[in-house]
Design a protein around this ligand. Structure first.
Ligand code: PLP
Length: 431
């Protein structure tokens, strides 16, 4: 189908809020590694990895081989957990093996990150007998009902919001500290605030707190490691479970551990994941402590597609690829290289107020004034258009859409990072 035809058909038959990106939307039809191609043969460097999904690289040969083998052997496409399937069991084992410590052993496989978070919150509520969940302003946890309630962004919360039994705490944003402090000299007031929130906005007992180690959609807000250590302690002292939402930060993208929360030396009670765990396949999961999973015993809960053979196989294979091809180590190396490149750009372009992130989850906050830090929302939108013309796909985030987000495949090479930086520099020059 031609682009015009697709646009026309979308306008007629899709929901009005399904808007394509770019003034002239593109139709991506082919992909390999870090590269994607549109229907006119134009090549792009995919520096946002779908949307932070592409961990092992598009169309990894090992995954293609496995899919072909399954198709050629008439492998069953759909079967639920009511029947035995090696793929769901294998995936659960592999996820448990990568979870920090020895206590996170029990998995529930889902279709998406939103559904994983629904399951995480339901499990925490059942296990504790409490209802209230603390989430962070500027956090993002998905598009289903409870997940939207957990979000800390007005644009992602529709008319059904706010929800009862969800309370938001201030964001740990060091570039725009809500307490007017500086990262290196603060007393982690944002972490201490959690105690106030629990004591004043809840009944004093909570089910959970859900936190992204780095707030992805929020604009790669990356608090100090100590922040997570302190809030985990506080949450537990009020009876709550600590849920680490690793939908964006998981699978080693941050360059040190398979789950980013380990950087803070915290063993959460539940970890939710999706996106990169399937390398693009529609799969999510939670891994929880045994006693939490045990609390759900006998409570009927069904999802038709969670753990389907093809999806579960792709996720299990992705984990193996990440470990065997040392993609966590590559994320650390290439992430440092990319970040340094962005810091060099910052010296030449005063629009770049902040460069932050870990591993291959790096962002630049654009501001029109370095002192007053006015949000450069339009400039970020324009930069994304210019980057497209340079053959570079990048993302944006932040409450005001002024944070440029980079999350390429964890297998990106130094040469590709150089190419990315050159394209980005040219885009800034045009801007
Ligand atoms: C941190 C985080 N949690 C949850 C979700 C929801 O995942 P999904 O879109 O697969 O439902 C997202 C999606 O962007 C996310 O970034």
């Amino acid at each position: 189908m031609r682009n015009e035809e697709i646009i026309e058909t979308r306008q007629k038959y899709l929901y009005y809020n399904k808007k394509a990106m770019y003034k002239e939307p593109i139709q991506l039809v082919k992909a390999k590694g870090t590269k994607v191609w549109d229907n006119e043969g134009n090549e792009y460097l995919d520096a946002i990895g779908g949307i932070v999904c592409n961990s092992a690289g598009h169309n990894h040969p090992r995954i293609i081989k496995k899919i072909k083998e399954m198709l050629d052997s008439d492998a069953i496409q759909h079967t639920t957990y009511l029947y035995l399937s090696e793929h769901m069991a294998t995936l659960a084992k592999k996820i448990s093996e990568q979870a920090p410590g020895s206590k996170l052993t029990r998995c529930y496989i889902t279709n998406s990150g939103s559904e994983a978070n629904e399951m995480a919150i339901m499990s925490a509520r059942v296990a504790t007998g409490h209802q209230t969940v603390i989430a962070l302003r500027h956090g993002y946890h998905g598009g289903t009902n409870v997940a939207q309630g957990l979000c800390g962004h007005s644009i992602w919360k529709q008319n059904s919001q706010p929800q009862v039994n969800i309370v938001h705490a201030v964001e740990p944003n060091c570039y725009r500290c809500p307490f007017g402090q500086k990262r290196d000299s603060c007393d982690l007031e944002c972490a201490k605030e959690i105690k106030n929130v629990i004591e004043t906005a809840t009944c004093g007992k909570i089910a959970a707190m859900i936190v992204e180690p780095i707030l992805g959609v929020g604009g790669f807000i990356d608090p100090p490691f100590e922040y997570h250590r302190q809030i985990a302690k506080t949450v537990r002292s009020y009876g709550g479970k600590y849920v680490s939402d690793e939908v964006q930060t998981g699978v080693g993208r941050t360059g040190k551990h398979f789950f980013a929360i380990e950087d803070s030396d915290v063993e959460p009670d539940i970890i939710s994941m999706a996106k990169g765990i399937g390398n693009g396949a529609a799969v999510g999961a939670i891994v929880a402590r045994d006693e939490i999973a045990k609390a759900m015993e006998g409570k009927a809960h069904f999802n038709t597609f969670g753990g389907d053979p093809y999806q579960a196989m792709q996720a299990a294979e992705t984990i193996d690829i990440i470990l065997e091809e040392q993609l966590i180590q590559n994320s650390a190396k290439m992430g440092d290289y990319l970040k340094q490149g962005l810091k060099d750009l910052q010296k030449d372009f005063t629009l770049i107020g902040d460069v932050r992130g870990r591993g291959l989850l790096v962002g630049m906050e654009l501001v029109t004034n370095l002192e007053t830090k006015e949000y450069a929302t339009q400039e970020a939108a324009n930069l994304i258009e210019y980057a497209k013309h340079e053959g570079l796909l990048i993302g944006k985030g932040g409450l005001y859409g002024n944070v440029i987000r980079l999350a390429p495949s964890m297998a990106i090479t130094k040469k590709e990072c150089d190419d990315l930086l050159i394209k980005l520099r040219k885009s800034f020059e045009k801007l």
